[in-house]
Design a protein around this ligand. Structure first.
Ligand SMILES: [Zn+2]
Length: 351
């Protein structure tokens, strides 16, 4: 129906939009998740880098302390190992912070600079122990320069690590929030799609049913119009025949010609029927079959008495449609009388 189409169109458009959103949620969620995980991995990598430098510094300091106290080269093994790995570890740390926030880069640069100072001080103590003996090395250690530098490096690294741990926690929360939003949007879209789908199904069924009813109504109206036109055409034809018969009757006709004319036109005007035109005899005691149409053959019909016809007796048209109705004697014995409708019309003419 015309007033249904906009609602159905809007529902179809809305369903298309919702299904598009539903389809887009998956890829977008994957994109957000991957982006957040990439950021999280970068932070984890930064944490690993700074912790690696911390560990190497502790190893180097342990080796330096052992050597300073004992003077034995065996204690320098962790020192040398850490000393050899520290440059690459510091380079990795520097690279991992190249694209970070400016304040983070500043802190890491400060950490690296003081790490270099700590390494330089460890080298100096080892050299003093090697060349100047225990007293020289102990004096330098006792000065507290090394401890001060190491404490500073430890504080800076702790601050950086604390910040990175907080960033990891924030990224985890962001990841969970994104996943929750994706699930909520998917669920809402699914429910909305179901509702719109049901609405469209019901609307379409209703529209199809109404269109069917309209088509049936149109066919019925067309049939009725055709019947009316057929009836009108038949009526026009009858009017034309009556007018033609009336014109002929106004001419000078003999009785025989008049009866022939009546038979001919009744044949055309009363199609599907049969009948007989009776005329009173001059003695007026009987009615003589004088003309007929349809199946009636007047030559084989017998005259009837006026009392045998209710129409003649009453002076009014008489109709008998069923066997239980009052029937005239002149057709009561007909074989087809039970099914036929009998009309008897008394006619009167002057001239
Ligand atoms: Zn009769």
């Amino acid at each position: 129906m015309p007033y249904r189409t906009p609602r159905l169109l809007i529902a179809a458009t809305a369903a298309t939009v919702v299904m598009t959103i539903t389809a887009a949620v998956g890829p977008f969620t994957l994109f957000w998740t991957n982006q957040t995980r990439t950021e999280r991995n970068q932070v984890e990598q930064q944490l690993d880098s700074i912790r690696a430098v911390q560990g190497l510094l502790v190893d180097a300091e342990t080796g330096e302390r052992g050597y300073a106290l004992t003077g034995k080269d065996v204690f320098l093994q962790p020192y040398y190992v850490a000393r050899s790995q520290l440059p690459s570890a510091l380079q990795t740390l520097r690279i991992s912070y190249e694209e970070d926030l400016p304040e983070e880069i500043t802190k890491v640069k400060d950490f690296i600079e003081h790490t270099d100072l700590v390494i330089g001080h460890l080298d100096m103590v080892v050299k003093l122990r090697s060349e100047g003996g225990l007293e020289a090395a102990a004096a330098e250690v006792a000065s507290g320069n090394g401890k001060h530098l190491m404490d500073y490096v430890r504080d800076v690294s702790s601050e950086v690590i604390r910040g990175e741990v907080q960033e990891v926690a924030a990224l985890d929360e962001k990841l969970n929030t994104n996943l929750l939003w994706a699930v909520a949007i998917s669920a809402a879209s699914f429910v909305l799609t179901l509702m719109l789908g049901r609405f469209m199904y019901v609307s379409m069924r209703r529209t199809i049913r109404r269109q069917g009813e309209s088509a049936r109504t149109a066919v019925l109206a067309s049939t009725q119009l055709g019947q009316s036109l057929e009836h009108l055409e038949r009526r026009n034809n009858e009017v034309g025949l009556l007018a033609e018969m009336a014109r002929l009757l106004q001419t000078d006709l003999s009785q025989e010609e008049t009866l022939q004319l009546a038979s001919t036109y009744c044949q055309q005007l009363l199609k599907g029927t049969s009948g007989t035109l009776f005329l009173y005899r001059n003695s007026a005691d009987a009615l003589q079959p004088s003309a007929g149409w349809g199946h009636e053959d007047v030559t084989h019909e017998a005259p009837i008495a006026p009392k045998d016809c209710w129409a003649i007796r009453r002076g009014h048209p008489h109709v008998a449609q069923h066997s239980h109705e009052l029937r005239c004697a002149h057709y009561a014995a007909d074989d087809e009388s039970d099914e036929a409708v009998h009309w008897c019309l008394p006619l009167m003419a002057y001239g």
